[in-house]
Design a protein around this ligand. Sequence first.
Ligand code: MIG
Length: 789
Amino acid sequence: MLDDSSFAIHPGQNGKHAKVSYRDISSIVRMSKEGNVYSYFCEAGSVALQFVREDIVRIVMNVDNNLSMKSSVAIVKKPEEVEVKTEETEGCFILSTNTLKVEISKSPLRINIFDTQGELIVGEGARGLGLNEKGDVICHKMMSEHDHFYGFGEKTGFLDKRGEKMTMWNSDVYAPHNPETNALYQSIPYFMTLRDGKAHGLFFDSTWETTFDLQSKEDSYTFSAAGGQIDYYVMAGPTPKDVLYQYSELTGRMPLPPKWALGYHQSRYSYESEQEVRHIAKTFSDKKIPVDVIYLDIHYMDEYRVFTFNKLQFPTPEKMIQDLKEVGIRLVPIVDPGVKEDAEYEIYQEGIREDYFCKYIEGNIYFGEVWPGNSAFPDFTSRSVRKWWGAKHSYYSDIGIEGIWNDMNEPAVFNETKTMDVKVMHDNDNDPRTHRELHNIYGFMMGKATYEGMKDHLNGKRPFLLTRAGYAGIQRYAAVWTGDNRSFWEHLQMSLPMCMNLGLSGVAFTGPDVGGFAHDSNGELLTRWTQVGAFTPYFRNHSAIGTVRQEPWSFGEKYEKIIKKYIELRYQWLPQIYSLFEEASRTGIPVMRPLLMEYPEDENTYNLSDQFMIGDNVIVAPILQPTTQHRVIYLPKGNWVNYWTDELVVGGKHQLIEADLETLPIFIKQGTMIAHGDIKKSTDIVDVNRTLHLYVGDTNTTYTYSLYEDDGSTFAYKEGKYLYKTFTVHCYSNKVEISVKDDGQYIPDWQELIVVVHGANSQLQLMVNGEIAKNKSYDNISKKMLFSI
Ligand code: MIG
């Protein structure tokens, strides 16, 4: 039959047509300048170049001649007025600022970016911009032998991504997260390159499915997208911290979370009734284990309808929430995007009436199967839908809820492709685009709607939002947990580089399900994982339905005791952690850091995946294996102090240390300080003391420590109600000089500021702002001297 029709001469039939290979953008034909945008029209496409700041350059390529400078929702930065010097030689155009020099060669068009010392940062060789054999837009860059790669958002595997090929397509992956698991819930098409101690960043602002190939070639890497333009930014660095600052200038920073969000969180899929929730809360209180949050997973709803409670299992949610708040515990409910198709359900009715759901171009609504059964999905790319969704959250805030948990927002759908039909059209604030193009921002836009809605409802209190899916810039709205891991030691190991790379990707507020989500946990694993969790920015124990219980007391007293000790430790360290959160919210520099962030010159740190830093002076080196009480640690050059024993550990080498089940190895850099608060059952209780631990040594170095305090719950800090206490510390062997400077109008609750000098000899003198401080006590054995200042 088909042979009789024109199908017989279908171009795909004979397999004979020419194999298409890479098509290069080729040579510049003409250039023009409009405002601060430099355009280069080539034989096979066009390129525009713009400086956003003197240390950030944006490059856009379109293979047709309809280039657009419209950015994705990731970008918050408006280009500054940058002074650009221009030059033209026979072969190139040269644009330079005070920090970057960009050379655009004419034939073919190639872009080479140099630093002020004339060193090539990002360069193009045989290939540059173009279309690859699949027809994807692609950009090739030279790769040096010394390049190491970090970031890429949420990825499995080791810290350094050199040699990997990675895809960005928000995906719900329940199958075990393995080293080769590629696309996960988050898409952050961004990375930082570290080369011989110097760093630069590259952000590929494409919401399409993108691929980063650092694998196929030895001397070049590529990034490509399944559609649209190449639109990327190069950030000059030169330090890793500079790169984070620059990237977070572009995509924004985390708002300061409420302090309660930094406490210990307890979750389970699911606590299924008020009775059960109250029982969990009471057990924490009876056992005197601190806790700030209990989560309500999908069972709290009436047949999984969002913005409802199941009346049988949760008859008096408001009363429950109030009672728990009185003992310092907050409830965070899950909210998924799928709205149950049900003509008698208000949210569905409103969504239909107001035309709020995602539709095909033909006008029919897209339905997909999720927890509530057949469901429609709000089109969060539309402002009016975001407003509606945000406003709906008064359902929660009216009964005292201050935090929301967004799940399934990739969006996940129970079908072959695991997501929405890519043909669905999104409103995109009046610039309609297909789901294929906007898939990766669906969760981001849901987060924006939710955060902004909750912020409106909370009358000046800070909302907390946890999300599974996101795109670059998600830190502006939400904390990110790493999804459905398993109770495997391998997954504890993997969580470290995963969270460190998320931190390097602008997402400071992150952590895994402590104890592991799927599969059965056990006492030893939960103990070791809780030790790590006490120092990850986000600290939540969560486990799946059908697995063994995983609350701190689930595996007997021996483990409970140690787990409790580490949850308490989290509360003791909160002033330190909170100060680091404040730093991240101001600079983009993450709370949990790989060592390379502080020691970019030290090669031993480049792929160090089983240790991390909290701030610039604390190294945590957890035990990540079963029945193991020792490990190799690497401490960079300098003197370090064992947090538990006060022993001096000399750095600059790998060494073996012992750590029984009770011990999480922690090392503090000599000559620096950390702040501690009180152990307490919840962050709602105010501290009586603030203690600064100073690790003295003949370091002859100056250390600046900044303790940040505010009310921990409102936005009053934006109106000056904050306190930075800056300590400039100088250590000699027998003397410590501290100068203290206060800035801001917040008066902290604590009564006394205590300084504990570790490693002090009995003659030690402490000078505070030029005056000798009176020592309160000295312990000859532990060598600790106490002062009240
Ligand atoms: O398909 O709400 O990652 O944390 O407990 C499972 C039930 C849906 C996936 C989340 C997990 C949560 C679970 N959800």
